[in-house]
Design a protein around this ligand. Structure first.
Ligand code: SF4
Ligand code: SF4
Length: 488
């Protein structure tokens, strides 16, 4: 029987294991080399695009906004340089999203998690914040020392200053996002004057908080625990995809340079200097094999190549290599240049699908009409029987002018013999088979059309066609149905 006075010492000596490993802060070391330079380049390009794009102007004439990239929610338009997407053309945006998806498939099957390593926003902002750490607190060893040091005035001030810089970057990031949804200079003035819409302040606050927390503090934990993309990518990669690999057949048995020099036959090329671990932004040891925490940024390649150069051994102990090539090299085969892994049926197929969708979208953009018409017949009453036996239907027309200038549009009845038409402006006295209506720039105009047919004309289908009265002579049609007594 259990005696509550007896303390179970075996349980005290062997506490239950913790479910989660405690996070070890990553203090990655500065490194230089071609992959680090490429990472710099990607950071500069992506951040410049993100922060700068809304400030680029694009002249679309006096009737349309002059911001090069703008999601105009109020008027339901998406502007991207010379392209203007209307709501009914959302398939272009869907096409762009599909292209982005296939582009990611292409990139993953060719170069593994290169997206994660170089251009994912989480990677870019984490990299930026890690540079801030280095700038304020020094390189790896200085940061480790500072972390371990007790809290004092100096440490508090240093931390406060650094977090202030984090906050400024986070605020700048949130602020840049809203600039895509309104005229950037106007919104900036309104924002600081307190006149912007509440949603703008809420969006900036949310994005500031998420950037500050995810980029400033959570960092590699987002990649390892929160982001689904590494899991999806693992499923998309195969033995022919390039990935960062430690060549254990060349590096093992690892041992210090001193030991290796004493017994060269016993030791491999890895001198266990831990430089590859010290520079890793996610703090992992690539020598333990491929793992979810590796974003394939290749900074460990730069670090190891420098070590190999110092000790006079060939570069590439850690390298971009496919699993297939790794097996071949392990078996004594000759190394194959990495670029050869890029060209294979799978990547070529992805590229062709990606390019095909792009070309189809370009063709559709070039061929699309900037004029449109839709017509809806009044349901109640469906028709009016006049005293002379003629029948009248009323329609609501929507005329679309996608040009950035006002245009005259001529609406013509196609079919429906003997019919004539008038509108609220023209009056029945001037009824004819065509109406000319002016439509403002970059807008859809609603107009009423009344159509009358001679007595005993049966119900039937017909078309409204619209032609722009200008040098473009653009046309569009829409089907309609004329109803009459006896129509089911
Ligand atoms: S940097 Fe190269 S030599 Fe140094 S521990 Fe890593 S793999 Fe070994
Ligand atoms: S192991 Fe190498 S490639 Fe992977 S995240 Fe670390 S530094 Fe980047």
């Amino acid at each position: 029987m259990h005696n509550p006075d007896v303390i179970d010492l075996t349980r005290m000596a062997d506490p239950a294991p913790e479910l989660f490993e405690k996070r070890k802060t990553v203090h990655n070391k500065r490194v230089s080399g071609p992959f680090r330079r490429f990472k710099w380049l990607m950071m500069i390009v992506t951040l410049t695009i993100y922060y700068g794009l809304p400030w680029i102007r694009w002249d679309r004439g006096p009737y349309a906004p002059d911001q090069a990239v703008l999601v105009d929610l109020a008027h339901r338009r998406f502007y991207m340089f010379g392209i203007e997407i209307w709501p009914q053309e959302f398939y272009f945006v869907a096409g762009l999203l599909i292209m982005a998806g296939i582009g990611l498939f292409l990139m993953t099957s060719a170069v593994g998690r290169a997206w994660c390593g170089y251009s994912c926003p989480q990677t870019v902002w984490t990299d930026l914040y890690q540079h801030i750490d280095r700038l304020i607190d020094g390189d790896r060893n200085a940061r480790i020392r500072l972390d371990a040091a007790p809290w004092g005035l100096k440490k508090i001030l240093r931390r406060a200053f650094k977090w202030m810089i984090y906050l400024v970057i986070a605020f700048w990031t949130g602020g840049a996002w809203i600039m895509y949804f309104a005229d950037a200079p106007t919104l900036t003035r309104q924002f600081w004057a307190g006149d912007a819409a509440p949603v703008a302040y809420v969006t900036v606050a949310v994005l500031t908080a998420t950037t500050f927390i995810l980029g400033g503090f959570m960092r590699e934990q987002v990649c390892i625990y929160m982001c689904p993309w590494p899991r999806i990518q693992s499923a998309m990669m195969d033995e022919k995809s390039l990935t960062v690999t430690y060549k254990d057949w060349r590096g093992e048995k690892r041992g210090s340079l001193k030991k290796a020099e004493k017994n060269p036959d016993e030791f491999g090329d890895c001198i266990d200097c831990m430089q590859c671990v010290a520079v890793c932004p996610t703090g992992i040891d690539i020598r333990e094999g491929p793992q979810i925490g590796c974003i394939t940024c290749a900074l460990c390649i730069d670090a190891c190549d420098s070590v190999m150069a110092e000790i006079g051994r060939p570069r590439g102990l850690i390298d971009y290599i496919t699993l297939e090539d790794a097996e071949r090299e392990k078996a004594g085969g000759k190394p194959r240049p990495a670029w050869k892994a890029l060209l294979r049926p799978r990547t070529i197929t992805y590229f062709m699908v990606w390019g095909g969708i792009g070309l189809a979208m370009l063709f559709a953009l070039g061929a699309r009409s900037h004029t449109g018409i839709s017509a809806e017949r009044d349901r109640n009453p469906p028709y009016m029987l006049m005293s002379d036996g003629s029948v009248r239907n009323a329609f609501t027309l929507k005329l679309r002018n996608m040009e950035s200038r006002p245009r005259q549009m001529r609406v013509v009845l196609e079919g429906l013999p003997g019919a004539s038409m008038w509108s609220d402006e023209i009056g029945r006295g001037a009824a004819s088979r065509a109406l000319t209506i002016s439509v403002p720039a970059d807008a859809t105009r609603t107009a009423r059309a009344y159509i009358i047919v001679p007595p005993n004309t049966p119900a039937q289908d017909f078309e409204f066609s619209v032609v722009s009265v200008d040098e473009q002579v653009e046309m569009a049609q829409t089907k309609a149905h004329f109803t009459a007594p006896g129509d089911d």
